[in-house]
Design a binder for this molecule. Sequence first.
Ligand code: PBG
Length: 322
Amino acid sequence: MPFPDQRPRRLRRNETMRRLVRETRVGPDDLMLPLFVVPGSGVENEVSSMPGVFQQSVDRVAETAQRAFDAGIPSVLLFGIPESKDARGSEAWSDDGVVQLAAAAIKKAAPDLLVTTDVCLCEYTDHGHCGVLDGEVVLNDETCELLAKEAVSHARAGADLIAPSDMMDGRIGFIREALDENGFQDVPIMSYAAKYCSAFYGPFRDAADSAPQFGDRRSYQMDPANAREALTEVQLDLDEGADIVMVKPALAYLDVIQSVKDEFDCPVAAYQVSGEYSMVKAAARNGWLDETRIVDETLTAIKRAGADIIITYFALDVAQRR
Ligand code: PBG
C-alpha cells in the first residue's frame, strides 16, 4: 500500500505516539557500571582522560555502588589497581587484594547488588600484559592456572559474577573447573568472548594503570578485521561453561553484537569502553555534541543490535535521569 495511503509519519506525530510504538528502550536494568578500586581510604582520583570517572578506595567504591543500586542498576564491574605489581601479578589472587576487599564491602553495603569482578592479570603485572611471560611471549596455559586462582579468590570474597577479560585460550574451562572444585558451582561466568585489540581502550590504561610496557596485545586479543572468528570464540567459551558472553568494544562492533545475538541463545553483553566514553565527553565539553542525546542514541543502538547487558561508564548518569 503506497503513498498516499501509507503515511509512516502518522506514528511520529507527538512524543506520546512515539512512546507507544518505540521498539527499543534502555533503562537501569540494562546497565552495568565499571568501578576502579585503589588502596587506601577516602581516596578519589579523577582519571584525567575520563572526566567524571574516578579511581576510588574501598570505602568510596562501596558508596558509589550503593548509589548505583539505589538508581536501579543491577550490577557493578570491579577493576583493581593494586598496591604493588610483580611479574606474575600475584596481588590478583591475594584474599586481601583491593577487589576482594571491595567485593566484601559492597556486599555488606548493598547485599542485593550483584558484584561482578574483572578477572585479568594486566592490572597486576609489572609488565602490563594479561598473562605471565617467557621472554616477550605471553604463556597461555600457565596464565589460565593463575586466572583460575584469581577467580576463586574473587568468589570467596563474595563476587556474584566472574568476568574474565584476558583472552587466553581455554581460560573459561580452567575457571569453571576451579570454581566448581571450590564450592562455587552457582557463580556464573560472563566471558569477554569477542574482545578485540582496540585503540578504544586507551583511556582505560590510565584508569587501571595497565598499559603494556612493551609490544601490544595483538597476540591474544582479536583482530578488528575478523567477524566470523567472533562466533568461534563465543562457541568455545560457551562449550567451556560461560553463562553470558560479551562483545567489546560496542559501537564499532555492532555487527558482531548482532550476529552473536542471532547465533546463540545466551545473554549477550556489550562493553561501551573507555575510548567510547572519552570521545563523547571531549566533544561535549567543547560544545560540539549534546552529551545526553549522544549517550541515549548510542546505548539504544547497542541494545537494538542485540545486547541484553550494556557495560558503560555512563550507567549512573543514565539510570539517575530515568
Ligand atoms: C583488561 C581489560 C581492559 C579493558 C577491560 N578489561 C584493557 C585492555 O584489554 O587493554 C578495557 C576497558 C575499557 O577500555 O573501558 N584486560
